[in-house]
Design a protein around this ligand. Structure first.
Ligand code: SF4
Length: 336
């Protein structure tokens, strides 16, 4: 396979075995799969021999782009999540530790193995999102995985993307300091996407949605200014905005420079937690509030991305933690 140049050497390292079209990972077992034709496949996996340590990863498209042009892999960094945001199912069944470097890379290798007809090195945009279960800044193995993936000549189209709620703790601070060095060393020229999940411009509302100590808006802004080098992508401020979450464009303008940050609005999907807390806000076209806020921010000089839900994503329950939660709930119900 390697001699034909169709499969990246990345996928053939460290004892992986190819069985039919997919690989058996030496570090984790696949427990459940949710397949959405035309979009992607969500996998629920667990550490080999420790079935209570589960996590999810997703191999998918960014419709309408074909996989040859843009390939998206979303991976987890923790078993569950230590943060427990009120709209997310990832932390619903607790936190059971961090994934290792091999487990992080294993998710990428496994996803790449699912399409043997494609050479990952030939895909112009191969996005690896550290944005599934877990807060990546609480796991230093994420930095080592980024170093491994970014080795020169391997995957020229690779664009890692990392989403964080910016926890306030020494571990995250050290992580973010080192992340700047990794990005500058291996992913210059716009090959790294950093996103902060902010969700409201009001600190009290943020505190309620993201129930851990975290950087304030001004600290995120300060870090973004340190992060940015000429040619880098703008840092994304993501707002999964539920109907009553305060959002003040003037606060954004006072805090975040337009030449360092962009603003993205996303829906709040129908996870178990979001429904429990009445936070769900699914839309396929921007609701008038979001459209109006977007216009306001554009007039203030910001780049704005309005990111609607994709119907199949909602119908199939592909949001972060949903598959893990449904399988865990079914197991608990079976035991009861
Ligand atoms: S949104 Fe991210 S940080 Fe918050 S609970 Fe979900 S996985 Fe954890």
């Amino acid at each position: 396979m390697g001699s034909g140049g169709r499969i990246s050497p990345l996928s053939l390292e460290r004892g992986y075995a190819r069985i039919s079209s997919a690989m058996i990972s030496p570090v984790f077992e696949i427990g459940a799969v949710r397949d959405v034709p035309g979009y992607g496949t969500l996998h629920l996996a667990s550490r080999r021999g420790e079935p209570e340590k589960w996590f999810e990863f997703l191999d998918c498209l960014d419709p309408p782009h074909p996989r040859e042009k843009k390939w998206v892999v979303m991976i987890s960094s923790q078993f569950g999540c230590a943060v427990g945001c009120r709209f997310c199912d990832a932390g619903h069944h607790g936190y059971r530790g961090n994934l290792t470097v091999e487990e992080l890379l294993g998710q990428v290798r496994y996803a790449l193995s699912l399409h043997p007809e494609l050479d990952p090195a030939s895909v112009p945009k191969l996005k690896v999102h550290f944005a599934r279960m877990g807060e990546p800044s609480l796991n230093r193995a994420v930095l080592r995985a980024l170093e491994h993936l970014g080795r020169p000549g391997r995957l020229p189209g690779l664009i890692p993307s990392l989403s964080s709620v910016a926890p306030r703790c020494p571990q995250s601070r050290g992580f973010f300091d080192e992340l700047i060095r990794v990005k500058d060393g291996l992913y210059g020229g716009g090959r790294f996407q950093l996103q902060f999940s902010v969700h409201s411009t009001d600190e009290e509302a943020r505190a309620s949605l993201i129930p851990v100590r975290k950087w304030g808006l001004a600290e995120i802004a300060e870090y973004g200014k340190r992060w940015f080098k000429p040619g880098d992508r703008l840092v994304t401020l993501n707002f999964a905005l539920h109907d009553s979450a305060p959002f003040d464009p003037a606060v954004v303008e006072r805090t975040f420079p337009q030449d360092r940050f962009l603003v993205k609005f996303t829906a709040v999907h129908t996870t178990q937690r979001a429904q429990e807390h009445s936070l769900t806000n699914v839309w396929y076209e921007a609701p008038s509030r979001v459209a109006g806020l977007g216009e306001d921010l554009r007039r203030r000089g910001y780049q704005v991305i309005i990111n609607p839900s994709w119907p199949q994503e909602i119908e199939s329950g592909l949001s972060c933690g949903q598959l893990a939660s449904s399988v865990a709930d079914a197991s608990l119900a079976a035991v009861a």
